[in-house]
Design a binder for this molecule. Sequence first.
Ligand SMILES: C[S@@+](CC[C@H](N)C(=O)[O-])C[C@H]1O[C@@H](n2cnc3c(N)ncnc32)[C@H](O)[C@@H]1O
Length: 288
Amino acid sequence: MNNIGQYLATAKSFSREALSLLAFVCGRDSSWIIAHPEYKLNNQETKLFTKKFEQLKTGRPLAYLLGEKNFYKHSLIVTPAVLIPRPESEIIVETAIDYYQKKRHNRQIFLDLGTGSGALIIAIADHLKSKEVSRHGRCYFGASDISPAALAIAVKNAKKQHLKSQISFRSGDLLQPWRRYLQINRRSPLFIAANLPYLTPAEKARETSIAYEPKLALIGGKDGLELYRRLLQQIETLKLSGPLLLMMEINPHQAAALVKEAKKYYLPQYIQKKADLSGRTRFIIIDK
Ligand SMILES: C[S@@+](CC[C@H](N)C(=O)[O-])C[C@H]1O[C@@H](n2cnc3c(N)ncnc32)[C@H](O)[C@@H]1O
């Protein structure tokens, strides 16, 4: 049995992760761990730390080992059934909030397609759930996923954030679960967050850092754009007449191909590119 200081000293390039794992197995926070290098892990803590540290070294993501990941302002439950939410997707949340501020005089619909852990819709709904919004029932929040296992995690996260009653969860393919609802509310401003799978099978195979994340969350057909192509078609068939903001997260190299696809349905002035924090095009937006 070692003490905390010894574990941290031997963790080398994994020292940051080891710190989080030590905090997890000891049921303390990281600052306590740093302040108590002399603390000796008991038998149970030693076993659990050793097991998780070995898994970490074989490439299992820290978030799965801890069972949680911070996104926007929330700590979310994550399991291998869901993609680990990425910081760049927070730009979708900020865009949704701006959209609300611009169109606030009308009832608005926010949909999160391929919700995974529920990260996007939870962050959006939490930010907009001011008393004013809920009192007038101005916003509708919906989240869907084709994976029932992912949806179950999203529901758990919404419960954890006390948002379960404010978000509708549905399972199904892309916009399918919302067809009827959107037909009835075709004039309402609609924001669609779509961080759908966009990798090609070859990209998924090459990228070892995502080996433990669900295939269903990553691969978007041959060129990675199959789901977005179908989504654009589905939106077209709905004949919506209200304002629409559709935000699609992509790999920067797919921007030109997705813009070309979007031009089949929208005039160029309605199509925008948006960069992530590294300045690369990460989102294609339809703002009509
Ligand atoms: C890239 S992950 C994004 C998860 C989450 N939105 C986020 O940003 O962390 C894509 C999600 O889309 C779901 N998905 C895959 N195909 C789908 C489909 N045809 N319809 C709806 N959801 C789908 C996957 O199960 C997965 O949860």
